[in-house]
Design a binder for this molecule. Sequence first.
Ligand SMILES: NC(=O)c1ccc[n+]([C@@H]2O[C@H](COP(=O)([O-])OP(=O)(O)OC[C@H]3O[C@@H](n4cnc5c(N)ncnc54)[C@H](O)[C@@H]3O)[C@@H](O)[C@H]2O)c1
Length: 216
Amino acid sequence: MTETKIPRATAKRLPLYYRYLNILHDGGKDRVSSNELAEAIHVDSATIRRDFSYFGALGKRGYGYDVDDLIEFFKNILHQDRLTNVALIGVGNLGHALLNFNFHQDSNIRISAAFDTNPKNINTIQGGVPIYPMDQIVAQLKEQQISVVILTVPSNVAQEVANQVAQAGVNGILNFTSIRLNVPAGIRVHNVDLTNELQTLIYFIDHYDKKSDEDE
Ligand SMILES: NC(=O)c1ccc[n+]([C@@H]2O[C@H](COP(=O)([O-])OP(=O)(O)OC[C@H]3O[C@@H](n4cnc5c(N)ncnc54)[C@H](O)[C@@H]3O)[C@@H](O)[C@H]2O)c1
């Protein structure tokens, strides 16, 4: 398939579309209009049509979209047609919660390895996931063909750990620490910051009406 460069906001909506289309499929529905989708997932129909148009003409005028075709399409671009193993580094409060959250239940992603420096954690299994010492990171990531890691270590070691991860050939980091990481070109970092999200929410409540801006 040819790769289409799509806006980040569109990319972030793809899992939402995929999840809802599976619900439609499970309910026995075989076609859906952009208006129906819009109502269900609270994204306006023009945005949905524009998002879908990045991937070519997926719908037919007066017919809407074929649910199974769309599922197959999104399954492929979201890599949900195959299992993706990811690793987690730092099994403390947050890391532990993520290990116990079974991503695999509603996606084809699973945490298959975790890493830590604390001897109490190393060589134990938490949430069904083995925890390895950091000196095994390069070997394990290569062996398990892991190219994405979740970073939940203390902020003061985040850069040092990111450097180790870079050497292991990773190309994606989901960074929960408050540090903005410096990584070599070719590694993509997505930052997750709940404080930021809360502050933004509070700002919007104070300054705007209650309309959701999910489609921004
Ligand atoms: N983004 C968010 O919304 C959000 C929310 C909560 C916490 N955090 C951040 O997540 C991180 C973890 O928070 P926490 O409360 O789970 O901390 P924690 O101290 O409970 O856990 C950190 C874990 O990392 C391990 N660790 C320490 N140094 C390491 C190293 N060099 N290599 C590998 N593992 C190492 C520790 O042994 C520990 O198990 C912190 O950076 C925190 O600021 C972010």
